[in-house]
Design a protein around this ligand. Sequence first.
Ligand code: C2E
Ligand code: CA
Ligand code: CA
Ligand code: CA
Length: 279
Amino acid sequence: IKAQGGNGFYFYSADMNVASSQRLTMETQLRRALERNEFVLHYQPQLSLHSGRIIGMEALLRWQHPERGLVSPAEFIPLLEETGMIVAVGDWVLHTACAQNSAWMAAGLPPLRMAVNLSARQFRQRDLIESVNQALQNTGLAPEHLELEITESIMIQDLQTTITTLNQLHELGIQISIDDFGTGYSSLSYLKRLPINKIKIDQSFVRDICTDPDDEAIANAVISLGHNLKMQVIAEGVETLEQLEQLRAQGCDEIQGYYFSRPLPAEAFAQLVRKSLIT
Ligand code: C2E
Ligand code: CA
Ligand code: CA
Ligand code: CA
């Protein structure tokens, strides 16, 4: 360790070495994960507050690590993004989610909408439209059964490209939603210029919605904004019946969260849908 030598240029610490070697290991392992089929998708139901039914699900990425077990995306998505591997992995997610939805429909499940997260980097890929189209063609999924979740961050970079890309996706017949709404820097004027179908109220506003008047006011504002712009509004991170009732009273259209179900492996999700049909 050469901590505070005369020459600051050589400054480094043991901690940094451990961190960077761990990072390198993880990067190497992530590079192999795709070939070795270590990624899996879990699916979290989305419910209509109008009908009380499951109307769709969000596909959420997991890494089935050979030694560490199921690794959460918070631990590896940032690295996938930094290294650009998110494009290949994102493409796998898109294909797998579309194939799953198509298979469920063929197996007799009611038509559901599959929501897939799209990273900013993926969104900027030149061949994005082609990749999305390919995923639909290869799996036979109708475009209205696919929804892409994007964050506000894509709007602040190059608005003209964003408009063009979103319009192309919209023309394919795909649904588009804005994830984590209210946590980014999107200008409200962008909203009316973009073909957005749905706004997702971020879970940070949902958490204290029953006790914090500010959060209640924010949810109210987002719901009326969405409705006035002819968009659907979904709340995520709904963990209690009280939150659900509050959101229903405020006119929110859909909910997603642990209250109804955590994200589930494919088979468990299908079972939940089948069970919810007969009750
Ligand atoms: P997100 O898109 O905002 O996804 C919602 C996250 O909230 C998920 O975490 C979900 O498991 C969690 N969640 C759902 N209901 C509740 C609840 O009631 N309470 C709480 N506390 N949390 C809830 P997860 O699965 O760990 O994913 C974390 C983030 O990783 C996602 O946030 C998304 O940004 C990213 N991510 C996941 N899968 C993908 C993917 O396929 N592609 C890309 N680009 N990003 C992904
Ligand atoms: Ca999301
Ligand atoms: Ca979110
Ligand atoms: Ca988030």
